[in-house]
Design a protein around this ligand. Structure first.
Ligand SMILES: Nc1ncnc2c1ncn2[C@@H]1O[C@H](COP(=O)(O)OP(=O)(O)OP(=O)(O)O)[C@@H](O)[C@H]1O
Length: 319
């Protein structure tokens, strides 16, 4: 059974903005589903509908087999949502926060105790038990927030940018914790992120949105198929040089899209072998210092760029 299914979902605000425009998506039970999209794509509008804060203008949403507009109260008993704004009570200790949450959801005290200990373990929180919650770093507060929301063992956990503002180590630790939540509790995790590496590392399914529509949905492997050819990667001595030559390479006849990644310029091209020869010749003729040129497999970032950077590419057309 699907965890979430939307059919021709529309959200039009009173000011006329159509934030969701006939959106169709399917989230499988027990998977990590990542929603990607540029600012204004409609991600928050969608989460607000799925968590029953907003009503859709038209279309259907089925969650765990039920229509969320007909049974919003039931839906709320099956889900938990961790917003970007941290919701722990800093006047309470870690244990008090967890226990309070378990009482709110009427979890039987003996069951709650076992769950809380297991969550403290998964989220590696035991070493913080003796410190006041107000003294925790942002990353630890976020971990506690998610652990608290797991006390009711929701069937679906919504996470709005779960690692925003975290350092690299904390972000990687959070990824491990979310994978454990999926594997040990079978929880469906629906998250939004702007970090493509996060979606790449965590997701069973990725959906890329633009202008309120899904432009691609599937596994990372299947999304790579949206760019039906390999790409060119030209490595320069530094980022400044890469940025300088991106503009020129971007305007070459065969280039469909271009991006700078570190010291490199990555080009989506019509025919990677032919373009390789032309770009290599051009760089040599113009005495451009570059370290390497190679044909590479598209990454999630390349797919994202290709699908969201230009109007013509909407809906995968023109790729
Ligand atoms: N309450 C609202 N009233 C009117 N327009 C809104 C409202 N909320 C969002 N919008 C508009 O709807 C569109 C989609 O916004 P939304 O916040 O859903 O996108 P998003 O993908 O979450 O963006 P971001 O990544 O910046 O958070 C935007 O044009 C936004 O200005």
């Amino acid at each position: 059974m699907l965890a979430i299914e939307t059919h021709e979902l529309v959200k039009q605000y009173k000011n006329g903005v159509r934030a969701l425009d006939n959106l169709n998506l399917e989230v499988n039970k027990g998977e990590i589903f990542s929603l990607l999209g540029p600012n204004g794509a409609g991600k928050s509008s969608l989460i607000n509908i799925l968590t029953t804060f907003y009503k859709p203008t038209s279309g259907n949403v089925t969650m765990l087999g039920k229509d969320i507009c007909k049974e919003p109260a039931w839906v709320r008993t099956q889900i938990a949502c961790v917003a970007q704004h941290i919701s722990i009570d800093e006047h309470l200790s870690l244990m008090e926060n967890m226990t309070f949450q378990s009482r709110l959801y009427k979890v039987e005290p003996k069951v709650a105790k076992i769950r809380i200990n297991s969550l403290i373990d998964i989220f590696e929180l035991s070493r913080y038990l003796k410190y006041p919650t107000a003294s925790y770093s942002g990353g630890v507060k976020r971990r506690l927030d998610i652990a608290m929301n797991m006390v009711s063992i929701p069937k679906i956990l919504f996470l709005d940018e779960p690692t925003v503002g975290m350092d690299v180590m904390s972000r990687k630790a959070m990824w491990e914790m979310l994978l454990k939540i999926r594997d040990e509790y079978g929880t469906t995790i629906f998250l939004t992120t702007h970090y493509l590496e996060e979606a790449d590392r965590l997701s069973d399914t990725i959906c890329i949105m633009k202008n309120g529509k899904e432009v691609a949905q599937g596994t990372l492997e299947s999304l790579r198929g949206y760019i039906r050819q390999n790409m060119l990667c030209i490595v320069f001595p530094n980022t400044r040089e890469a940025k300088k030559y991106k503009g020129i390479l971007e305007n070459m006849e065969f280039t469909k899209f271009a991006g700078v990644r570190g010291n490199s310029v990555v080009l989506g091209v019509e025919d990677s072998r032919n373009s390789f020869t032309i770009v290599n010749k051009w760089l040599l003729e113009h005495h451009v210092a570059f370290d390497a040129i190679e044909i590479v497999e598209p990454s999630l970032e390349d797919v994202f760029l290709a699908l969201t950077s230009s109007e013509e590419n909407r809906g995968g057309r023109g790729l």
